[in-house]
Design a protein around this ligand. Structure first.
Ligand code: AP5
Ligand code: MG
Ligand code: ZN
Length: 219
């Protein structure tokens, strides 16, 4: 069992790599962003609270997010390990995670920081779109479907874009990352858990680098 954290700014490739790792290692992607978007789509009370905050690129409150993760970790599908994608995002969330994991018989094995230049991030996010049917992610330039307009995975022909994927909000999300999330790099370095990966490389090369860390964990 290994639990890892993918740490990186918006557009760093956390979701892209988490999905690949899920398939190769049987780990489970836990994306707090995806969970919150699901809550919005379902119209739950949490979703109602989160929507405006997310649309402007701010962070949802620590209490809400920590509660969602604590519940999620009780499901059996994380037994082989979890890939935390977009969580923790504040020091309070990291401390809460450190506190809750031992009581669930778990621990964080490794934290992978994905480093990408700001301008590349903006380009990645503004070109991103997703299959409406199966959720497969694409990019106008960097990850096109094999047949234009048709999802490789499910054959779907409808695609969606996230409400927060415009240039203005991306720049606000980046500022929030630098202020509130970047301190976690030092937090995990201090615990001897940090690995840095060059997120500027192409998707396959990033996967190789991330896999090397995961395999190292499994020894
Ligand atoms: P969240 O959903 O976590 O978004 P994010 O952190 O801003 O990150 P993204 O999902 O935008 O980027 P990614 O790193 O997954 O990149 P991807 O792989 O898609 O959070 C959204 C919001 O929810 C937050 O702003 C906040 O409001 C709230 N929230 C979530 N978690 C929270 C928490 N813990 N606390 C409080 N609030 C929280 O890649 C991007 C694009 O680039 C894709 O098109 C992809 O195809 C392409 N690409 C990927 N890798 C490469 C590569 N190596 N080369 C070229 N293109 C690439
Ligand atoms: Mg993502
Ligand atoms: Zn699809």
């Amino acid at each position: 069992m290994s639990n890892l954290i993918l740490l990186g700014p918006p557009g760093a490739g956390k979701g892209t790599q988490a999905k690949i790792l899920e398939e190769r290692f049987g780990l489970k992607q836990l994306s707090t962003g995806d969970m919150l978007r699901a809550a919005i789509a379902a119209g739950t009370e949490t979703g109602l609270k989160a929507k405006a905050v997310m649309d402007r690129g701010d962070l949802v409150s620590d209490d809400i997010v920590i509660g969602i993760v604590a519940d999620r970790l009780d499901k059996p599908d994380v037994a082989k390990g979890a890939i935390f994608d977009g969580f923790p995002r504040t020091t309070a969330q990291a401390e809460a995670l450190d506190k809750m994991l031992p009581s669930k018989g778990k621990k964080i094995d490794s934290v992978i920081e994905m480093r990408v230049d700001d301008e590349a991030l903006v380009k990645r996010i503004t070109g991103r779109y997703t299959c409406a049917k199966c959720g497969q992610g694409y990019h106008e330039e960097f990850a096109k479907p094999k047949t234009p307009g048709v999802c490789d995975v499910c054959g779907g022909t409808e695609f969606t874009r996230r409400a927060d994927d415009n240039e203005k909000t991306v720049r606000d999300r980046l500022a929030v990352y630098n202020k509130q999330t970047a301190p976690l790099v030092a937090y995990y370095q201090g615990k001897g858990k940090l690995h840095v990966v060059d997120g500027m490389a192409d998707i396959a090369a990033v996967t190789q680098a991330v896999e090397a860390v995961v395999k190292g964990l499994k020894g």
